[in-house]
Design a protein around this ligand. Structure first.
Ligand code: DON
Length: 590
């Protein structure tokens, strides 16, 4: 670190000794079972609790855990870019929120470049091993396995993309020294971090599966007892892994002992081994993909194309709604939610048939977002009641396609990182190990993903292939939708969320709340979710007043918890941020 930068850091944050680190995460008044928040983030936490957005002048950062926000904020305050800060955030998240994302997982990253004005999307998604076949998740009779029989163990583990993505983003857009970006995470791993209430709850709920593997059990349930909120957990193996990356770069993850140990862990997972091999790690590459952008009420909505369905399905949903005056209807109107719900169903029907890794299956992204096609599909929404039936459409495409539909299962974890830096760059990244605690396999202090279960377990239906079937080297279809809205070429809204295939509904709702209903960043995030993917309407507790009218329109309504983890930054005269009240994240800026 340059001397001047170090001086600024010391003024802002003081010298980081181990004792001070422990003090900093235990402010007065925080009980053992409460989320501990560093003093610099106290105002951010107060704002979130009061439902107020956070405001700032120069830079802003939002992530799913206060210690990750603090690490990223230090990087931004000392002249780092959004890419630098993201590396520090991801390194800390892999420690303090290990159930959601980490070095053993994958991510998609959307970048608006302040200098060139260009949008770039990077695909750090896991790949299927070269030895995987379309029957990976089928039994001997060709029947799909039960979801958790597939998830827990080695079979579901794809080649991790995060270490390569961190290195790629830093090489393209970083300014700070690479090694220093791991300092906070290494210190917290060596000295220990307080287990958050959310992590403690999820460990207790998943104790049975976590206990299937001795090293995972010993980490999360020492002596057989689940870690409690507030308990200090050290992770020296993770600190060593980060030191290796800090010293040798991201490539060190994919070769040598690390690659051998990962492959061995997967292949020797008792009861459910996988086929990941050192060669799969050696050939892993981050892919730059064309950004998928779509106009909605004058805003350019940009995000991640295949293998994610995120931007295409968000874009289709918004495109189908464009002809309707949602602003006049407002957020309390059942008619608005009929339109949003059925637009989403139409988009999901196309998603199930057409979306997959475009390196393996031709995907008609352009046809799916073409104005003529969307207009014809949008006309279907002109009735008064729920659409009784929804089928995929026939977008224009220069390939003959005869695919069957797919509905892969997805369950809670995942994390959203949103950052705007002082150089005009904006970053939105959604990062995941897929299911909570991924495959439950741990190696060198981090969990391995179960991302391969995002493939369709069935490979064919009545002799027709399913686009999202398993194939060697292929990337499983995702719903992750890291998104940047722009107006006149400038970023105006940065957002994304966890939530499996509900991510698409969370992101669409938040965009509509901000664009059509004029809500501030925090209100747009907090607005109760109503999500419709396949017909039944999921209503978040709090949106109950809409249940009766939606039932009367023909929907089956399910009132439930909808745990998104939205992080939103709006760029106007000032920066304004919102962090999801449903999770532990915060937004902070200066
Ligand atoms: O890539 C995907 O779409 C999923 N693997 C993400 C999983 C997820 O968001 C779970 N969420 N709560």
């Amino acid at each position: 670190m340059r001397a001047s930068v170090l001086a600024v850091a010391l003024i802002l944050f003081g010298p980081a000794t181990a004792q001070q680190a422990t003090d900093a995460i235990a402010p007065e008044g925080a009980g053992a079972g409460e989320l501990r928040v560093p003093p610099m983030l106290a105002a951010a936490q107060e704002a979130k609790a009061a439902g107020r957005p956070v405001e700032a002048e120069t830079w802003m950062i939002a992530a799913a855990h206060p210690l990750a926000v603090e690490a990223g904020a230090k990087v931004l305050a000392t002249g780092g870019t959004a890419a630098d800060a993201m590396v520090a955030v991801q390194a800390v998240l892999g420690l303090v929120e290990p159930q959601s994302s980490g070095l053993g997982g994958g991510a998609f990253l959307v970048w608006h470049d302040g200098a060139s004005g260009e949008i770039t999307t990077l695909d750090g998604r896991e790949t299927a091993p070269l030895a995987a076949t379309p029957r990976l998740f089928q039994d001997e009779a060709g029947q799909p396995l039960e979801f958790f029989d597939a998830v827990v163990g080695g079979r579901s583990v794809g080649t991790p993309g995060i270490p390569a993505l961190l290195a790629e983003a830093h090489a393209r857009w970083g300014r700070a020294a690479w090694a220093g970006l791991f300092a906070d995470a290494i210190r917290l791993a060596d000295d220990g971090f307080p287990v958050s209430p959310r992590l403690a709850t999820l460990i207790a709920e998943d104790a049975g599966r976590l206990s299937r593997f001795a090293d995972t059990r010993d980490y999360f349930l020492p002596a057989g007892i689940p870690l409690k909120a507030g308990e200090i957990r050290r992770n020296p193996d993770y600190a060593d892994t980060l030191r290796l990356l800090a010293r040798k770069g991201g490539a060190a993850f994919y070769t040598g002992d690390m690659a051998l140990d990962i492959a061995e862990r997967v292949q020797r997972a008792g009861g459910n081994p996988g086929v990941l091999a050192p060669l799969d790690l050696a050939i892993y590459r981050v892919r730059e993909r064309p950004a998928v952008c779509m106009l909605y009420r004058g805003y350019e909505v940009c995000g991640m194309g295949p293998p994610s369905s995120g931007a295409t399905t968000v874009g289709q949903s918004l495109g189908l709604l464009e002809p309707f005056d949602l602003a006049a209807l407002g957020p309390d109107s059942p008619e608005a939610w009929r339109l949003i719900g059925d637009a989403s169903r139409l988009a999901f029907a196309d998603r199930g048939r057409y979306l997959a890794d475009s390196d393996y299956v031709p995907v008609p992204v352009k046809g799916l977002l073409a104005p003529d096609y969307l207009r014809s599909r949008s006309d279907l929404l002109r009735g008064d009641d729920m659409l009784p039936e929804v089928a995929p459409g026939n977008p224009a495409f220069d390939h003959a396609l005869n695919l069957a539909d797919d509905r892969a299962l997805e369950l809670p974890s995942t994390s959203q990182i949103s950052i705007v830096d002082g150089y005009g760059n904006a970053l939105s990244m959604t990062t995941t190990i897929e299911n909570g605690f991924g495959s439950r396999l741990m190696v060198h202090g981090f969990l391995l993903n179960n991302q391969l279960t995002d493939f369709s377990f069935a490979s064919h239906d009545n002799g027709r292939p399913i686009a999202n079937r398993v194939e060697p080297g292929k990337r499983p279809r995702s719903s992750m939708a890291p998104t940047i809205l722009r107006r006149d070429g400038r970023p105006v809204l940065v957002l994304g969320s966890p939530g499996g295939s509900r991510i698409i509904g969370y992101v669409v709702k938040t965009i509509i709340a901000w664009v059509d209903w004029g809500m501030d960043a925090q209100a747009a995030v907090a607005l109760p979710h109503l999500v419709n993917r396949f017909g039944p309407y999921d209503l978040e507790i709090g949106a109950g007043a809409l249940a009766g009218p939606l039932r009367a329109m023909g929907y089956e309504v399910d009132e439930t918890e909808l745990t998104s983890g939205l992080n939103v930054i709006a760029l106007g005269v000032r920066l304004q941020g919102g962090a999801d009240p449903r999770r532990e994240g915060l937004v902070y800026g200066q």
